[in-house]
Design a protein around this ligand. Structure first.
Ligand code: GLA
Length: 423
């Protein structure tokens, strides 16, 4: 083949032929597209604190319908969940038909959602809440319904036209797809559609989303699916479901990747789904200490007073929603009691003692003997130099100061959840 140098090519021609103009135009368009891609981004600032809401999956699976959503929206208002900070109502897998229509559009199941998604989103919005949907980066969702692969931009436009505010995006049927690229495609599609959407990455931590998720979504799952038990693992053959303690301990060291607008998502909660009250308290406390999104997964139409009390514990939620957005960590593990700490705004700290033992634990804790330290946040709680007031957040009572040895009884699988405030 003849090797022509560029300058020879241009110098050998005196004026540009129509084909050259086309070439120049194509190059220009390519550069433009490249620049647009460089500037593609997620919607910034939608999740300055971990998103709070409800998702249908843990309790209902694909057995979902429009009256359920309306009932949940009403429950948010009537039970004080909206006032406690919960905003998003998210329909998980199974809202669409298994096949797209003739134009390639997703079709909400007409039997489950006869009024359509726009009407449902309107109902949710009228109550001051936000509406979310689920889909999947693969051809099929995990339950076998129509996935988004190859239809990302079309689906994003459809979500925008319905008024969707939140998209949970799963990872089934994704053979040969690159996770980061697939999630970026959907991010760009949502951005191009123009309606701000919280983008929830759900690839179970398989492709280290904490390393690339910050500029892609607002939160990313860190594990396979949760199940309603304290510390179990349910083996399904090719994958497992996990008790909340397993999820809390599964990924070491990823707290440094979380922060405002990009959170480690420990999965939808199982509070109110059959564990003991002590376990539900521990579950909610850990999700708060770890700055995970607080997405309820129980049936709010039949919620008990005890469960509601946990889910609306104002002072625990304040730990989760702390504006610094620092994910807490396990500071010590001794005699089956885990001590979790989380630096908070204003120089405060949250400290959570979690009793993993099957019997009550009698705690004696000398603050001066265990100076709390978080090198990531560059914070140290030096109780020798400064005294802090102690507040028991679940029992809503003051427990003296860090100047005294703390003594308390913690039931099996329960927590003592504290806030230390500088005097
Ligand atoms: C995956 C997700 C779950 C749920 C189901 C739906 O397992 O991790 O949270 O969305 O799919 O099929």
């Amino acid at each position: 083949m003849k090797n022509i140098k560029l300058q020879d090519y241009f110098s050998s021609r005196t004026s540009a032929a129509p084909a050259d103009y086309l070439l120049i135009l194509a190059a220009f368009l390519l550069i433009l597209a490249g620049t647009a891609k460089l500037h593609a981004q997620k919607f910034e600032g939608l999740a300055p604190t971990p998103p709070m809401g409800w998702n249908s999956w843990n309790t209902f699976g694909t057995d979902i319908h429009e009256q359920l959503v309306r009932d949940i929206a009403d429950a948010f208002v009537e039970l004080g969940l909206r006032d406690a900070g919960y905003r998003y109502i998210v329909l998980d897998d199974g809202w669409m038909l298994r096949e797209r229509d003739g134009n390639g559009n997703l079709v909400p199941d007409p039997e489950k959602f006869p009024s359509g998604m726009k009407a449902l989103a309107d109902y949710v919005h009228e109550r001051g809440l936000k509406f979310g949907l689920y889909n999947c980066a693969g051809d099929k969702t995990c339950a076998g319904y129509a996935g988004s692969r190859g239809h990302e931009y079309q689906d994003a436009l459809q979500y925008a036209s319905w008024g969707v505010d939140y998209l949970k995006y799963d990872w089934c049927s994704t053979e040969k797809l690159n996770a980061e690229e697939a999630y970026k495609t959907m991010r760009d599609a949502l951005h191009a559609a123009g309606r701000p959407v919280v983008f929830s990455i759900c690839e179970w931590g398989d492709n280290d989303p904490w390393l690339w998720g910050k500029n892609v979504g607002h939160m990313w799952r860190t594990s396979g699916d949760i199940i309603n038990c304290f510390d179990c693992q349910l083996d399904h053959g090719t994958y497992s479901s996990w008790g909340f303690m397993k999820i809390a301990h599964m990924r070491k060291g990823i707290r440094i990747y979380a922060g405002p607008d990009h959170w480690n998502d420990l999965d939808m909660m199982e509070v109110g789904n059959g564990m003991s009250q002590a376990e539900d308290r521990s579950h909610f406390a850990l999700w708060s200490m770890m700055a995970s999104p607080l997405i309820m997964g129980n049936d709010l139409r039949i919620v008990s007073d005890e469960t509601l009390e946990i889910l609306t514990s104002e002072e625990i939620i304040a730990v989760n929603q702390d504006p610094l957005g620092i994910q807490g960590f396990m500071f010590m593990d001794e005699q089956g009691v885990e001590i979790w700490v989380k630096p908070l705004g204003g120089g405060d700290w949250a400290v959570c003692f979690l009793n993993r033992n099957d019997v009550t634990f009698r705690l004696k804790w000398d603050w001066n003997y265990h100076p709390l330290e978080d090198s990531f946040a560059a914070r140290r709680l030096d109780t020798g130099r400064r005294t802090f007031c102690i507040r028991d957040l679940y029992n809503k009572e003051n427990l003296g100061t860090t100047g005294e040895v703390l003594e308390a009884e913690i039931q099996a699988h329960d927590v003592l959840m504290l806030r230390l405030s500088a005097q």
